[in-house]
Design a protein around this ligand. Structure first.
Ligand code: SAM
Length: 262
């Protein structure tokens, strides 16, 4: 069964990490000195709302269609006075035209089939000249082999039945570029980026993260017995790392675009 974003049990699933410092440095290069109002669509637990605030945004609006994820985000961001949250759908946000100086859609578009509608809505609510940052994994990013740092690759080595599910929901770069261009976005850069997802003290901590399916929607397609077998498989792959810290990374594609003037 796929993840249910509206289940209260999942409310902390996208709030359990902090943004990678290399990600922050990368985004900082594009944001400029006055990011203004930032809109984080599909904000999950607010990890990147905090990062955008730390990067100097005057105000960050976190939007998600899941009230339970927003509850997790509100808790996660409670010490930030300039972050507010609103429930809404990426395809029809309900926000006024030209609300945001910049928009982030991180790990959102693989949950959305109608990319055109999603980018058309972003194009409406962003100001002319505004920065649109889309980050997701392409099918190629997802299917890189497993290693001591790219743990996600082991999931598909162990369960090839998940490969089609994963690749079918991922948009190719050419699809993303086509929709960006159709809705008045000019591409500035397309970046292939290894982002540190999490550091673990040891394999036991990783074990727990996997068993809780934290922030890994694909694991909701495995039943508990299959998940247990997967964890055993991964721990065997990491047998030489017993008692050592682990750094997990994922490969992403980041499209940086600018809204053409109206
Ligand atoms: C994989 S999580 C990513 C969360 C966050 N952006 C991050 O990178 O940590 C995807 C989020 O998008 C939200 N979402 C999925 N489809 C959506 C839609 N059509 N409109 C708004 N939010 C949506 C989910 O509820 C979930 O919080």
């Amino acid at each position: 069964m796929s993840i249910n974003f509206h289940d209260e049990k999942n409310k902390h699933t996208y709030a359990a990490r902090t943004a990678d410092s290399e990600w922050i440095k990368l985004i900082n290069r594009y944001l400029g000195s006055k990011p203004g109002t930032a809109l984080d669509i599909g904000c999950g637990g607010g990890i990147y709302c905090k990062a955008l605030s730390d990067l100097g945004a005057d105000h960050v609006i976190g939007m998600d269609f899941s009230e339970s994820n927003l509850n997790g985000a509100r808790e996660n961001c409670r010490s930030y006075g300039n972050i507010s949250f609103v429930q809404g759908n990426a395809l029809d946000t309900g926000l006024p035209d030209e609300t945001a100086d910049m928009i982030l859609e991180r790990a959102l578009i693989h949950h959305i089939r109608d990319l055109d509608k999603c980018f058309q809505e972003a194009s409406r609510v962003i100001k002319s000249g505004g920065l649109f940052i889309v980050q997701d994994r392409t099918p190629e990013d997802c299917l890189l082999p497993g290693s001591e740092s790219h743990l996600r690759g082991y999931i598909f080595e162990k369960y090839s039945k998940l490969i089609s599910k994963e690749t079918e929901r991922r948009h190719s770069s050419s699809e993303v570029l086509k929709s960006l261009s159709a809705y008045q976005f000019e591409l500035i850069d397309e970046i292939s980026f290894w982002e540190t997802r999490r550091s673990y003290q040891d394999v036991q901590e990783l074990n727990l993260d996997l068993l809780n399916r934290t922030g890994r929607s694909i694991l909701h397609d495995l039943d508990d017995d299959e998940l247990q077998d997967l964890v055993g498989y991964i721990l065997e792959k990491l047998s030489s790392k017993q008692g050592e810290p682990l750094i997990e990374q994922d490969r992403w594609t980041i499209w940086i675009a600018k809204r053409r003037n109206r």
